[in-house]
Design a protein around this ligand. Structure first.
Ligand code: SF4
Ligand code: SF4
Length: 346
């Protein structure tokens, strides 16, 4: 593998240059409380002081609100203009769990059905991952064969080691970027830094407080759709939908039209949540998930079974955001543990 080194002191200049040449998304701390990925105009807006962002970077590819078309109706003719911009983009600072979540979204938006809005962004984006510096109490990415320094799915993977960043060049897209900004990417001490990265990874692997074992959990869900256990779980749920909005792999959306007077309008798609009662409400009034029990069950079935059934990929990446943000402490790792016990006790 091709590896490089960037001096820490030169990172702001590199990011400034990337912001000039690309649409650059990077982690930003808003109101001194919430870290999220936003388009930035330079390094001074970026924060690197975060364990993982509060809001996942999925919005760089699948925005929370996205205009998809505009229309004009002249009476005789309906004119539709597709809004699908092609912008060369770099996303800097994505953690390994979130890179893995993008791989989980790929077959949803670019599989049997091709969503041009997502695909366009995905193809035009270079992903620069950033290894973790510490492990949060809610993290459990190792349960899904990943880890805090796993660069799989990134084009370039940066790992901060003292006053340097060790850089792994994982794809052709990554190599193109390195060549274009070669003044920032040195080749000195890379063997030594590779060893330091392995040490760093080992140190972090000892920081996980959640030991999550998924063995047998999917089999329990495969064989028990009507599990009485869900009666116990759903009672606490407020149906607020926070867990789905912060989740990097949740991808449901709604579409609505905003009219500007009688003859023109815009079409938008917005994130939606399976935790809301009207998510599955049909026009005739029937709702196949009539209570919060069916909605909660659906969410965990999606994370631990359906995504695997459909795409042979994990529907959860162990980022821990739903655990950290749920106002009533519904914890997917506790549910995994309980489901294992159900399997063991029959
Ligand atoms: S289900 Fe929870 S832990 Fe899993 S990816 Fe979604 S937010 Fe992260
Ligand atoms: S965040 Fe918690 S309370 Fe809100 S919908 Fe999700 S599980 Fe229910």
């Amino acid at each position: 593998m091709d590896t490089r080194v960037v001096n820490k002191g030169q990172l702001p200049e590199l990011l400034d240059k990337l912001a000039q040449d690309y649409t650059l998304f990077a982690p930003v701390c808003e109101d001194e409380t919430v870290t999220l990925f936003k388009q930035v105009s330079g390094a001074q807006e970026i924060t690197l002081d975060y364990t993982n962002s509060d809001v996942s970077p999925k919005g760089c590819f699948f925005p929370q609100t996205e205009k998809t078309l505009t229309y004009t109706n002249t009476g005789d003719k309906l004119e539709i203009n597709n809004v699908c911009e092609e912008e060369k983009t770099v996303v800097f600072g994505i953690r390994p769990c979130d890179i893995k979540s993008i791989l989980a979204l790929d077959p949803v938006f670019h599989g049997k059905f091709v969503d041009e809005y997502y695909t366009n962004k995905r193809e035009n984006t270079t992903i620069i991952g950033l290894s973790c510096q510490k492990v949060a109490s809610t993290c459990f990415c190792t349960a899904f064969n990943s880890g805090p320094c796993d660069g799989s799915g990134s084009d370039l993977m940066f790992t901060e080691l003292g006053d340097k960043y060790f850089v792994e060049v994982n794809t052709e897209k990554g190599r193109v970027l390195v060549d274009a900004y070669s003044q920032f990417f040195g080749t000195q001490d890379t063997d030594q830094l590779a060893k330091a990265k392995a040490e760093h990874e080992k140190k972090l692997s000892g920081q996980f407080v959640r030991k999550v074992d998924l063995d047998g959990v999917k089999e329990v869900l495969d064989n028990n759709f009507e599990l009485p256990y869900w009666e116990k779980v759903f009672e606490k749920c407020l149906g607020c939908g926070i867990c789905t909005f912060v989740c990097p792999t949740c991808h449901c959306f709604d579409i609505f039209d905003l009219t500007n007077g009688l003859f023109t309008g815009e079409r938008y798609r917005c994130w939606d949540s399976c935790m809301f009662p009207d998510f599955t409400l049909m026009a005739g009034g029937h709702n196949p998930r009539p209570t919060q029990k069916e909605r909660v069950r659906n969410r965990f079935m999606h994370k631990l079974k359906y995504h695997m059934d459909r795409y042979n990929l994990d529907g959860c990446v162990g980022c821990g955001r739903c655990i950290a943000k749920c106002p009533v402490n519904i914890d997917i790792t506790a549910i995994i543990k309980d489901l294992k016990e159900v399997g063991q006790n029959g």
